[in-house]
Design a binder for this molecule. Structure first.
Ligand code: GDP
Ligand code: MG
Ligand code: ZN
Length: 305
């Protein structure tokens, strides 16, 4: 049985020349909502590759064999290079409070890189069973000042995990990112029953890299809600435009955009006191300064090349 109609779909998996595409608006197809597709031969997407997370139009649908053809590619909202995935709506920066120990500068770099994508960014703190309640409150306070309501997790208690699960079910396309050993795979295995990716204690992480060739995949966790299964990548730090960097910090954004403070120079990088009206007494200011300095040297290095 074939139908000539065209439907909007979401690429959830990619291998060689094939794509698995879920229908966006599940109609009367009942179980046949996932199709194995190839790209229509006559179509030239201007050398654009189709990636997992892309929205596509499919046609030539064969309901019996569950095959179809991708006839066009919709405009992408964003693209993450490593892993290659398009149209992310939420990034969950994931760090363990211990084992490995929390490195604030690294947490900050991950957060700011995620913010530069223009998506909703959240902070997840794992392994909270390894710290006291007092330490946990201390960390919650700290990250609240950074502009984040951290989600604290403890594998031994399912309540806080259930809240996260409910939240993920409300988001379009979420991804967990963070350094190795913090519990991302453990978390994904809990979120997606039946996934059973292999987890490894921190000490074994050096031998990593064996299962990283597996492709990225989007898993449906509720109607129209997906989660990216990352094969253990760390985040690749994108080059952030130095002019955009200040407002990626909520402490600066609040002052400049919400309170409307003005510095003497437009595009003030808030480094020198002269003519700068930014209140710099916030914890992340030193991280901010470091980031500005390093992107400046990056900028000049690129000029010389
Ligand atoms: N104590 C404790 N250990 C955890 C927790 N979550 C994960 N782990 C352990 O941390 C190690 C690394 O986990 P894994 O999921 O492989 O981390 P990934 O590299 O981020 O994917 C494993 O030995 C897990 O059992 C937790 O909430 N508490
Ligand atoms: Mg992992
Ligand atoms: Zn300033």
């Amino acid at each position: 049985m074939k139908t000539d109609s065209k439907y909007l779909g979401l690429v959830t998996k990619k291998f060689n020349d094939f794509f698995l595409v879920d229908l966006k608006n599940k109609l009367n197809f009942e179980d046949s909502e996932r199709f194995l597709c190839k790209v229509k031969k006559s179509i030239n997407f201007k050398d654009q590759l189709i990636h997992v997370g892309d929205e596509v139009v499919i046609g030539n649908i064969d309901l019996k064999s569950k095959r179809a053809v991708i006839t066009s590619l919709k405009k992408r909202k964003n693209f993450l290079a490593r892993p290659s995935v398009a149209n992310i709506s939420n990034i969950y920066i994931t760090f363990s409070v211990e084992e490995p120990e929390l490195n604030l500068s690294q947490v900050n770099r991950f957060l700011i890189s995620a913010e530069s994508m223009g998506v909703e960014v959240s902070l997840v703190l794992t392994k909270c069973d390894l710290i006291s309640d007092k330490r946990r409150s201390f960390l919650l306070d700290k990250f609240e000042k950074w502009g984040y309501q951290a989600i604290t997790l403890n594998l031994n208690k399912s309540d806080n995990f259930k809240n996260l699960l409910a939240e993920l079910g409300q988001k379009e396309s979420s991804i967990f990112m963070g350094p190795s050993g913090v519990g991302k795979t453990t978390l994904l295995n809990m979120i997606i029953p039946g996934l059973q990716n292999s987890t490894a204690p921190v000490s074994n992480k050096i031998k990593r890299g064996k299962n990283t060739t597996r492709n990225v995949e989007l898993f449906s966790i509720s109607n129209q809600s997906y989660i990216v299964d990352t094969p253990g990548f760390n985040m690749q730090i994108p080059e952030i435009d130095i002019k955009l960097l200040p407002n990626l910090y909520s402490e600066i954004y609040k002052q400049v955009i919400e309170e409307g403070i003005r510095c003497k120079f437009r595009n003030c990088l808030h480094l020198n006191d002269e003519g700068c009206n930014l209140n710099k007494s916030f914890e992340r200011y030193s991280f901010y300064k470091e980031m500005i300095e390093s992107s400046k040297s990056q900028y000049y290095r690129n000029q010389e090349d």
